[in-house]
Design a protein around this ligand. Structure first.
Ligand SMILES: Cc1ncc(COP(=O)(O)O)c(C=O)c1O
Length: 388
C-alpha cells in the first residue's frame, strides 16, 4: 500500500479552485454558461506594470534574488504599511512571497505546533481551515450569523477559544461576504485579543483596495497593543489584477519573522526578480486601481439592485471585495443549489458550504465579470426563481 502523510491526504480539495476549473472546461462545449466562480479580476494587468516587467526581464533580473525580497520593494511596502495602514513594520520584517496564499501558509506554519487550535471566522475563505490542518493545527470556526449581518461579538469569539488557541485569522474586506470591519467589530476583536495575550492575529488584507464609499479598511495592526502580535498578509493579485504573477507579502514583528524565514528559505528561497521590480511600479498605479474599483462599484450596484427585485433572493450589500453573497429561499442545500443553478440557468457560483457554512443556502458569485454578463445572470435568475 502507498504510504502518505495522513494529514495532507485527508485535506479536502479547494472547492473554489476545483469549481473554477470544472466550469472553464464545461464552457468549452457550452459557452452560454456564465462563470462567476473565480476570485479573479477580469481586467488586464495595468500596462505600466507589464512594461516594467518586460524591461527588467530584458535587463537580466532573471537570477536568484535577495531571499526576503527586493530591497526597494520592501522599502516601498514599509512606507505603504506605515502611511496607509498605520502599521510601521521595518522593511527587514517584510517578506515577499509567491502569492498571499503562500504567505498565509508560512504564517500559520510558523505559529502553530501540532494540536494547537486556530480560530477563523465563518463564512470565510476556503483555504484557511485546510492550511491550518496542513500545518498540524485544528481549525475552530467562529460562526457568524447572516441574521446579524455577520457582526463579530465578544461572545462568539469567546465560545470558540480554548487554552490550545494560538492563532486567530481574520479577513476584511471579506471573501465571501464583502463585509468590512465596523468599529463595533473592531472593538470586539481588540477586547478579545487583549483578554488572550497568547493569541497571534493573522490579518489577511488582500481586498484592502477594493472598498466602497462609506467604508474604510482599517488594519488591526494599527492598534498599538496589537501591532507586535499581528501578521499582515496582503498581495498584488486582487488590487492590481496580477493573479497569475503570484506575488504577495507578509509583515510581522522580528521574532515571528525569523521563524517564518526558516521555512521560506528551505521551500522557496526567493521570488522572481523582474516580477518584484514590476511590483514596485504596481504600488504607484493608483489611477489604474481606482478605475478597476469604480468598475466593481458599478457592478455591485447593478447586482444589488437587481437581486433586491427578485422575491426569494436576499443579498447583503457588499462593502468591499468583488463578491455577491446571495441567500436563496429554497429547501436545497448550497451544493445541490449550485448544481441546480448550473443545470437550469447555466450560472456557476460557489456553494456556501465551501466557506464553512454547512447549513446555509447561500452562494458566492464573483462580480469580477462584465455588466453585460451580470445583466444576463439577473434575467436568468428572475426567470428561474422561486426555487423548489
Ligand atoms: C481571502 C483571500 N486571501 C488570499 C487569497 C490568495 O491570494 P493570492 O492570489 O495572492 O495567493 C485569496 C484569493 O482568492 C483570498 O480570497
Amino acid at each position: 500500500m502507498t504510504y502518505f502523510n495522513k494529514t495532507l491526504a485527508s485535506l479536502q480539495p479547494s472547492k473554489s479552485v476545483t469549481l473554477m476549473a470544472k466550469t472553464k472546461s464545461l464552457q468549452k462545449t457550452d459557452p452560454d454558461i456564465i462563470n462567476l466562480t473565480g476570485g479573479e479580476p477580469d481586467f488586464d494587468t495595468p500596462k505600466p506594470i507589464c512594461d516594467e516587467a518586460a524591461r527588467q526581464l530584458q535587463a537580466g533580473y532573471t537570477h536568484y534574488t535577495d531571499g526576503p525580497g527586493d530591497p526597494n520593494l520592501r522599502r516601498a511596502l514599509a512606507r505603504k504599511l506605515r502611511d496607509e495602514n498605520h502599521a510601521p513594520y521595518a522593511p527587514e520584517n517584510i517578506l515577499i512571497t509567491p502569492g498571499a496564499k503562500y504567505a498565509v501558509y508560512l504564517a500559520v506554519h510558523a505559529v502553530l505546533n501540532p494540536g494547537d487550535e486556530a480560530m477563523w471566522l465563518t463564512p470565510g475563505w476556503v483555504s484557511y481551515p485546510s492550511i491550518i490542518q496542513a500545518c498540524g493545527g485544528v481549525p475552530v470556526a467562529v460562526n457568524l450569523k447572516w441574521e446579524e449581518e455577520y457582526r463579530i461579538s465578544l461572545e462568539a469569539l469567546e465560545s470558540a477559544v480554548s487554552e490550545k488557541t494560538r492563532l486567530l485569522i481574520i479577513n476584511f474586506p471579506n471573501n465571501p461576504t464583502g463585509k468590512v470591519l465596523s468599529s463595533e467589530d473592531r472593538q470586539a476583536l481588540i477586547c478579545f485579543l487583549q483578554k488572550h495575550p497568547r493569541i497571534i492575529l493573522l490579518s489577511d488584507e488582500i481586498y484592502e483596495k477594493i472598498i466602497y464609499p462609506g467604508y474604510e479598511a482599517v488594519s488591526l495592526a494599527s492598534v498599538p497593543e496589537l501591532f507586535q502580535r499581528t501578521i499582515i498578509v496582503n498581495g498584488f493579485s486582487k488590487s492590481c489584477a496580477m493573479t497569475g504573477w503570484r506575488l504577495g507579502y507578509l509583515a510581522c514583528c522580528p521574532d515571528i519573522y525569523n521563524v517564518i524565514m526558516k521555512l521560506f528559505q528551505h521551500t522557496i528561497s526567493c521570488t522572481s526578480g523582474f516580477l518584484q521590480k514590476a511590483a514596485i511600479v504596481a504600488l504607484d498605479c493608483r489611477d489604474e486601481m481606482e478605475q478597476m474599483r469604480l468598475a466593481y462599484e458599478k457592478r455591485r450596484n447593478l447586482l444589488y439592485e437587481g437581486i433586491r427585485k427578485i422575491p426569494s433572493l436576499h443579498m447583503l450589500r457588499p462593502q468591499g471585495a468583488f463578491y455577491a453573497w446571495i441567500r436563496f429561499d429554497t429547501s436545497m442545500d448550497s451544493e445541490t443549489l449550485c448544481n441546480y443553478l448550473l443545470d437550469h440557468a447555466k450560472i456557476a457560483g460557489v456553494p456556501g458550504s465551501a466557506y464553512g457554512e454547512e447549513s446555509c443556502t447561500c452562494v458566492r458569485f464573483s462580480f469580477a465579470a462584465s455588466e453585460d454578463l451580470l445583466r444576463q445572470m439577473l434575467k436568468r435568475l428572475e426567470a428561474l426563481c422561486p426555487l423548489p
